[in-house]
Design a protein around this ligand. Sequence first.
Ligand code: RRO
Length: 387
Amino acid sequence: MQVQFCGLTLNGCVYNASGPRTGSSDALAKVGSSKSCAILTKSATLLPQNGNPLPRTYTSPNFSINSEGLPNKSIDYYIDSETIKESVLDSGKPYFVSISGKSLDDNVEMMKRICKAPGVAGIELNLACPNVIGHPIIAYDMVQLRSALKTVASLSLPLPIGIKLPPYFDFIHYQKAAEIINEYKSTISYIVTMNTVGNTLMISPHSGSPVISPKGGYGGLSGPAVKPIALAQVRKFSELLDPSIDIVGVGGVQSGQDVYDMILCGAKVVQVGTCHWIEGPKCFDRIVEEFEEICRKNGVKELEEIRGKLKEWSKKGAALDRQGRKSEPKTSAKGGAKFQSTLDDSSFLLLSVAVVVMIQVLLVLLAQALGHLDVPAVAQFMDNLKA
Ligand code: RRO
């Protein structure tokens, strides 16, 4: 299904998030050869960086934590014509560049350089990196957010500009951010929501210390655990933003159903980050195929039929949910390991009763057989049984 995004026609609605497996043209070429509908680079800085000390990433089935500290090959690498050629190959897919400068001046300089380089479809300005030591998350500071957008607007750049936001939790914060972004609706084509949940901490029960080394162990949380947070961002911003500003949904997406949910909440397109990191670029093929299958099943031919069409809670919906959950694999409360339960609760009860009855019948048969033997203890047992 085609999607109009940033004045481009995308062949699909799923592409990679900036971050994992996006640092080199080799990695980007693998995204380009998959069913991802676009290619997006790692956030770039003016100069190359190695990032924070290792270990700086941690993965588990339900979530991941990173404090990479922006390792990247510099803006000049990502806009170099060879890099773009090697990344896009013959896929013809749009190539987006993410930037996360150390200062507003750095961001301005990088944007100017990007606009001079042929082959870039758009710029994702990352205002939400949680892992730069000594630097707060820009888009949590409304004064800095407004100042950044004002400066970008003054540049009148010829490329579509998107901004990557951190997760917000209080409705007043969403409102303030949306108000500022709406003021610059002629400059900002789209928002990308959300970056990782900043400054979270995981402790190893084996060592009693944090699982990653930089910044005292604090890092950005991503993966399946953050999906409800990401859905809320997409939903809330779709209520608050001017409709001319598109929403790119990202956070915990690892299946076709997750993509479907993002679109129901109002996303125009959807990015995949942690799942790409763990599963590799073949995740795009799987997720896209799953999504297409769900659309087929639901008779959806155009994404506009479902975009933003999240239904309100109802008693009928709750009943459908209860019914549907019975056939879902159950998740254990402990440790998150999944196990498949083939029986629902009532079938299990029925089976238990049947087993108890069978055991009783067997006992009676056994007792009767033994009653034919002339053993006093057995005769006594039979008498007791009859009594
Ligand atoms: O490189 C990172 O540490 C990083 C970045 Br730039 C970002 O935007 N989000 C994140 O979780 N990690």
